[in-house]
Design a protein around this ligand. Structure first.
Ligand SMILES: Cc1cc2nc3c(=O)[nH]c(=O)nc-3n(C[C@H](O)[C@H](O)[C@H](O)COP(=O)(O)O)c2cc1C
Length: 235
């Protein structure tokens, strides 16, 4: 079977280019070392991105973009997010959780939420990287937050398994260069594991052919079953 090209998107949620960017790059480079994997990156450093204000102008008007804010959120981000098979969210620890910048960025994917509810992202795999100035500054908690943020948009989470549980945890010691050797191993292993999981899923979809569709990823048997399921729930 010929390998399908598989795309992994990395999003860096630090307001500056420093250790989190370096950690994400390590994961993406490791992923790209797997044959057939292409990586792309959105680095939010220096970006001003407003939080979605839940006005639902996008959904009410059937728009695939936010008509409200004119800020640094670019149209191409929707395309990159829509078209990736794998997603890595990387964030520095801010008050033991992800930066507001990363959360604002994800909230702005609101125009794509209908696609998520239709199961379009159900085959996507995701993983998180958390960087803290402290050795124990909330990385583990934050990884759960990142994983939940991805769950909420229909992404399937992979972690480090028995090695490092729910994602890569990095200690920056508040320096500007990545020096945490254990953290580097984790982030590289995570990138490679994500790459292989994406490959397995995407090639598996090709193999299954017509048996698999967007509805399957939401647990329905086919698209009619999906519509019926939604109407039963009043959606
Ligand atoms: C507003 C703010 C809050 C922070 N809160 C935490 C924290 O809760 N836990 C922690 O370990 N480090 C915390 N830090 C330190 C950063 O996570 C650390 O410097 C990290 O390396 C920054 O990532 P960057 O180098 O990619 O920008 C905080 C830093 C800032 C600016």
């Amino acid at each position: 079977m010929k390998d399908k090209e598989v795309v992994i998107l990395g999003v860096c949620g630090s307001p500056r280019k420093s250790v989190t960017t370096q950690a994400l790059d390590k994961a993406l480079n490791a992923a790209a070392s797997v044959p057939g994997i292409k990586t792309v990156k959105i680095d939010l450093a220096g970006h001003n991105i407003n939080c979605c204000k839940n006005c639902n102008s996008c959904l009410k008007n059937n728009l695939d973009y936010c008509p409200v804010y004119k800020d640094d959120f670019r149209q191409e981000y929707y395309e990159m997010y829509k078209n990736c098979h794998g997603l890595i969210l990387a964030t520095p620890m801010y008050y033991m959780t992800a930066t507001g910048l990363l959360q604002n960025f994800l909230s702005r994917m609101r125009p794509l939420s209908l696609l998520a509810r239709q199961g379009k992202f159900g085959s996507r795999m995701g993983a998180g990287i958390a960087v803290g100035g402290m050795r124990n500054g909330g990385q583990d908690f934050c990884l759960s937050v990142l994983n939940n943020m991805m769950h909420a948009a229909g992404t399937n989470i992979i972690g480090g398994g028995v090695q490092f549980y729910n994602g890569a945890s990095i200690w920056s010691d508040n320096q500007d260069k990545l020096i945490d050797e254990k953290g580097m191993l984790e982030t590289e292993a995570l990138g490679r594991k994500l790459a292989y999981m994406c490959k397995i899923v995407q090639n598996g979809i090709e193999l299954l052919g017509e048996e698999i569709n967007d509805a399957n990823f939401l647990g329905f048997t086919d698209n009619d079953d999906l519509k019926e399921g939604y109407s039963r729930r009043g959606l």
